[in-house]
Design a protein around this ligand. Structure first.
Ligand SMILES: [Ca+2]
Length: 511
C-alpha cells in the first residue's frame, strides 16, 4: 500500500468535535477515509490496551516532548521509510485486519486527510497525535473518575443513609411497639384495679340489697296478712254500703205509704222526672217518710261548687246517713212541684254544743231551672230555730231584714249571679244558695270547726260565709250539722207530733 500524499501536514488540534470525547469521535469518524491502523492503535492506547503492533519508540520517547513534524525533513522521512514501511507493514497488516474487522473500513487506499496532512502519518505521528490528545483525555478520565468517585461517594452515603434509616425504623418500631405495650399493660392494670374496686363496691351493694330484699319480703308478708285481715273486715260493711232498698215511689212518703219502714237509700221517680234517682229516705215507725235534700255532718264535703254541680247534686248518699251531700236543684224542683199536696221543708240544725233546733216552711217549692230554681214557701210553719228565711235585722241598716230574706230568691252560684246584690254573694261566700243581699240563713256555707269564726277567718272578702242561721246563732257562728228534708204537708198532722223527727225538733205536729 502506497502513501500518495506528499505534503506533510500538522495535525490540526481540534476539528470542532466536542472536548473530551471529541478526539475519539474524530479518530473514529474523521480518519475513516484512511485505511491506516493508527486510529485503531490510538483507540487501543486511549482505552489502555496493549498495542498489538507496538508503540512509537524512535522519535518521541519523551511523552512531554513536542511532536516532531519537520517541514523540511522529507529526506529523513524517506530514509526511514524502509524501516517504517517494514514496521508499518506489520502494523498495517495487524491494524488493517483488526480495523477492518472492527471498523469495517475496507478502503485499500490512503486518501488525503486534513488531520494527517498529505503524508501518511508515521507511528511517531500517531504517537504524537496520541500524546497531543492524551492530556485532555487524561483530564476527561480524571473528570470521569472524579465524577465516578463522587457518584460512588454519593451512592455510599445514600446507602449509609438507607441503612441508617432502616436501622432507625427498626429501632423506632421496636421502641414504639415496646411503648405501646407498656402503656397498654399499664392501662390494663389500671382497669383491673378499677374493676376490682368496682367489684368490691358492688359486692357491698349486693349485700345491702340482699338485706333490704329480705326486710322487704318480711314487710310484704306482713302487709299481705294485714290485707287479708282488712279484706275480711271490709266484707260486711262493703256489702252494706251498696244496699239499696227495693221499694220505689215518687218520693219517700210514697215509699213509706207502700209499707217501707226502714230508713236508707231508695230510688224515687217524681211524676215529671224522666228517670228515677237515688235519695235517702228517713222513715219512722209511724210511716212518715222524709226525703232528704241536704246534709252537713263534718265538713268532709266542699260546698264550693258551680251552677251545674248544684243543679245535678254532689257528695255521696249513704245508707247510714253519715255522709254529706247536696241532692241537686233539679231533683228538688222535680220532687217539690210534682204533687197537688204541698210539701213542708224542714231545716234541722245542730250547734257545736250539741243543741238541736229546727225550722219548718210550708208550701215549699223549688222552681224550674228557667226560673233559676227559685225558692218559695207560703209561710213559716214553725220550729224553735226561728225564721231566718224571713231575714234578720242585724242592726246595721233598717233594710237588713228585707235584704236578707230568702223567700222568692233565685239560686245563685259563683258562676251564676242571680242575687239582689250589686256584687256576687255566692262568689264572695264561695257557695251556692238562694242569695238575696245576701242572707240571714245559709246552710251551704263554709264549714268552720268549732262554730265561731271572724272576718279574718272569712278570707279576702271578710263577709259572714259560715253555715248560718241568724235566727238562732250569730252570723259569726257556723253550725255543726244541718239537714234539709221535705214531706207532704198532710203528714205533719198525723200522729200529733209522734213522728220521730217532729218530736225531736219541737213537736210541730201540734201546730
Ligand atoms: Ca249580684
Amino acid at each position: 500500500m502506497e502513501c500518495q500524499n506528499s505534503q506533510p501536514s500538522r495535525p490540526s488540534a481540534h476539528s470542532g468535535a466536542p472536548r473530551g470525547l471529541g478526539p475519539w469521535l474524530h479518530l473514529l469518524t474523521g480518519p475513516r477515509r484512511c485505511a491506516y491502523g493508527a486510529p485503531e492503535t490510538a483507540t487501543a492506547a486511549a482505552l489502555g490496551l496493549h498495542l498489538p503492533c507496538g508503540p512509537c519508540l524512535d522519535k518521541s520517547p519523551d511523552p512531554t516532548a513536542v511532536p516532531h513534524f519537520p517541514q523540511d525533513s522529507t529526506v529523513d522521512c524517506q530514509t526511514d521509510m524502509a524501516f517504517l514501511h517494514a514496521a508499518a507493514g506489520l502494523l498495517i497488516l495487524c491494524a488493517v485486519s483488526s480495523a477492518q474487522r472492527l471498523r469495517g473500513d475496507n478502503s485499500p487506499l490512503c486518501t488525503p486527510s486534513d488531520e494527517f496532512g498529505k503524508y501518511c502519518p508515521t507511528t511517531c505521528g500517531v504517537a504524537d497525535y496520541l500524546h497531543k490528545y492524551k492530556p485532555s483525555m487524561d483530564r476527561d478520565l480524571d473528570d470521569m473518575e472524579y465524577m465516578l468517585t463522587e457518584v460512588f461517594n454519593l451512592t455510599r452515603d445514600t446507602q449509609d443513609k438507607v441503612v441508617y434509616m432502616r436501622d432507625s425504623e427498626a429501632q423506632t418500631k421496636k421502641t414504639i411497639t415496646s411503648d405501646v405495650y407498656i402503656k397498654k399493660s399499664s392501662s390494663m392494670l389500671d382497669d383491673i384495679l378499677r374493676f376490682e374496686r368496682s367489684i368490691v363496691e358492688q359486692e357491698a351493694q349486693i349485700y345491702d340489697l340482699d338485706h333490704m330484699l329480705s326486710a322487704n319480703e318480711k314487710r310484704m308478708l306482713q302487709l299481705r296478712q294485714l290485707a287479708l285481715q282488712l279484706e275480711q273486715k271490709c266484707k260486711k260493711p262493703c256489702e252494706d254500703t251498696v244496699q239499696i232498698q227495693p221499694t220505689t215511689g215518687k218520693d219517700c212518703q210514697d215509699i213509706a205509704n207502700k209499707g217501707a219502714r226502714t230508713s236508707g237509700l231508695y230510688f224515687v221517680k217524681p211524676m215529671k222526672a224522666t228517670e228515677q234517682f237515688l235519695v235517702y229516705c228517713e222513715i219512722d215507725s209511724a210511716g212518715s217518710g222524709w226525703t232528704v235534700l241536704q246534709r252537713r255532718r263534718d265538713g268532709s264535703l266542699d260546698f264550693s261548687k258551680n251552677w251545674i254541680q248544684y243543679k245535678e247534686g254532689f257528695g255521696y248518699l249513704s245508707p247510714d246517713d253519715l255522709s254529706e251531700f247536696w241532692l241537686g236543684n233539679e231533683k228538688m224542683h222535680l220532687l217539690s212541684t210534682q204533687s197537688s199536696i204541698p210539701y213542708v221543708l224542714r231545716i234541722e240544725l245542730t250547734d257545736w254544743e250539741g243543741n238541736k233546733k229546727n225550722a219548718d216552711y210550708a208550701m215549699f217549692k223549688v222552681g224550674p231551672e228557667a226560673d233559676m230554681y227559685r225558692l218559695t214557701y207560703a209561710y213559716y210553719f214553725g220550729g224553735d230555730a226561728g225564721d231566718a228565711f224571713d231575714g234578720y235585722d242585724f242592726g246595721d241598716d233598717p233594710s237588713d231584714k228585707f235584704y236578707t230574706s230568702h223567700n222568692g230568691m233565685q239560686f245563685s252560684t259563683a258562676d251564676r249571679d242571680n242575687d239582689k246584690y250589686q256584687g256576687n254573694c255566692a262568689k264572695q261566700d264561695g257557695s251556692g244558695w238562694w242569695m238575696n243581699r245576701c242572707h240571714a240563713a245559709h246552710l251551704n256555707g263554709k264549714y268552720y270547726k268549732g262554730g265561731r269564726y271572724t272576718e279574718k277567718d272569712a278570707g279576702e272578702h271578710g263577709f259572714d260565709n259560715g253555715i248560718i242561721w241568724a235566727a238562732w246563732h250569730s252570723r259569726w257562728y257556723s253550725m255543726k250539722e244541718t239537714t234539709m228534708k221535705m214531706i207532704p204537708i198532710n203528714r205533719m198532722h198525723i200522729g200529733g207530733g209522734q213522728q220521730a223527727g217532729v218530736k225531736q225538733f219541737g213537736g210541730l205536729g201540734d201546730m
